[in-house]
Design a protein around this ligand. Structure first.
Ligand code: PMP
Length: 397
């Protein structure tokens, strides 16, 4: 561990290494089957298509690809986002779109845009750990909207919870960590309630395109065009193309995009020109409509293997799990005497299997919940899913 004999900022001093990072170190051990990482399946990476896309960009537009570009992003890619959303009935212009370096950067920009030390932020409980870490940099206090087996409960967003809050952050599709999806009725109720409270609603949707069961539902941004309110929608190419490219986007009212552009300028000037152009080149002619069904099919199969393995191996154990209709994760809930954080080292050392304990996904540190865990069903192949789940069951027996 490095120590410093000089002063660091309060932000750096209070930053802690992420549980996920520590776990990812374990997943590098070949003897451990890891359901922990949030890594998309490399089987789904369109390697050849992306190789060709980079080739085309470097052959046809090398000087643009290698030059600085506008902070807002590569205009044709922003226009593509506009037309993609128009096709789903969402009415936006290019001025509503900002390209970011992964939607994780959007979370950082949201923090910079809204949070002062002590500002209140409302989250689902549990919520995406990477968002909590990102917001933590700015010293917020958290309030949690209750959730149940159908996800966030809009009626739970009381006046007291919302009072003086800067925003509510929500994941309507195949939530990370639970895999739950908000139904249409709740989506509408949530958008209406936030509009009534004048509370900005941050919609994070990296997994929406990975639906392998049931009908797609309108997003919160789309519903805000009907029911009012301010929604800031984050999207990502990480799960539909490849996460290593680090390309995401934000859709928001123009004035918010303009502010985020100023903040992003100070952060990284702009997202890599060549990568934005390669993504545009790859998606511009409808490639995703042929590519995504393959990824969905793969994830559906993988999810099926894991659900089967859970049914087979977890009989007689006091536990329930979610049945996601898409995305990458499912969520196990044990009885309250089980502490999955404490059990993780034994899972890894004795059973050679890794998961993410649920506790860090709960934003209210004074009310720890320790009886959940998150499993990714997409990162390891079928045989390892079956072996890993059997091993995990031994631990809980
Ligand atoms: N939001 C959620 C809910 C996520 O699960 C992730 C990736 N794990 C991100 C945002 C960040 O994705 P990216 O930066 O790759 O777009």
């Amino acid at each position: 561990m490095t120590t410093f004999n000089f002063s660091l900022s309060k932000r750096a001093s209070t930053a802690t290494s992420s549980v996920i990072r520590e776990i990812l170190k374990v997943t590098e051990r070949p003897d451990v089957i890891s359901f922990a990482g949030g890594l998309p399946s490399p089987e789904g990476f369109p390697v050849e298509k992306l190789r060709q896309a980079y080739d085309t960009v470097m052959s046809n537009h090398p000087k643009v690809a290698l030059q600085y570009g506008p902070t807002e992003g590569y205009r044709p890619l922003r226009e593509w986002v506009v037309s993609d959303f128009k096709a789903r009935g969402v009415d936006i212009t290019v001025d509503n779109v900002l390209v970011v370096s992964g939607s994780q950067q959007a979370l950082d920009l949201i923090g910079k845009l809204f949070i002062d030390e002590g500002s209140k932020v409302v989250l689902e409980s549990p919520s995406y750990l990477g968002a909590i870490q990102s917001f933590n940099q700015f010293g917020p206090t958290y309030a949690a909207v209750p959730t149940d087996e159908l996800g966030l409960v809009p009626e739970g967003l009381t006046d007291e919870i919302a009072k003086d809050a800067r925003f509510l952050y929500a994941l309507p599709n195949f939530q990370n960590p639970t895999g739950r999806t908000l139904n249409l009725e709740r989506r509408i109720a949530l958008v209406k309630r936030c509009a009534e409270l004048n509370l900005p609603l941050i919609e994070d949707d990296p997994y929406g395109e990975l639906r392998f069961e049931g009908e797609a539902l309108p997003g919160l941004f789309a519903l805000s065009q009907q029911y009012g309110g301010t929604v800031i929608r984050m999207g990502s190419f990480s799960k539909v193309l490849a996460p290593g490219m680090r390309i995401g986007f934000v859709i928001a009212p123009e004035a918010i995009i303009a502010k985020m552009v100023q903040l992003k300028q100070a952060t990284d000037l702009h997202t890599a020109s060549i990568t934005q152009m390669a993504v545009y080149e790859a998606v511009k002619d409808g490639f995703l409509t042929e590519h995504l069904p393959k990824v969905r099919e793969l994830y559906k199969r993988q999810c099926g293997y894991m659900l089967e393995a859970l049914e087979e191996n977890f009989k007689g154990i006091d536990v329930t799990w979610t049945h996601p209709s898409g995305g990458m994760f499912l969520w196990l809930t044990f009885n309250e005497s089980i502490n999955t954080t404490e059990l993780l080292p034994r899972a890894v050392d004795e059973q050679k299997v890794a998961y993410v304990p649920g506790q860090p996904f709960y934003p209210l540190a004074d009310k720890p919940v320790t009886n959940n865990l998150r499993l990714s069903f997409v990162t390891v192949p079928e045989d390892k899913i079956r072996t890993g789940i059997a091993n995990l069951a031994k631990l809980f027996k």
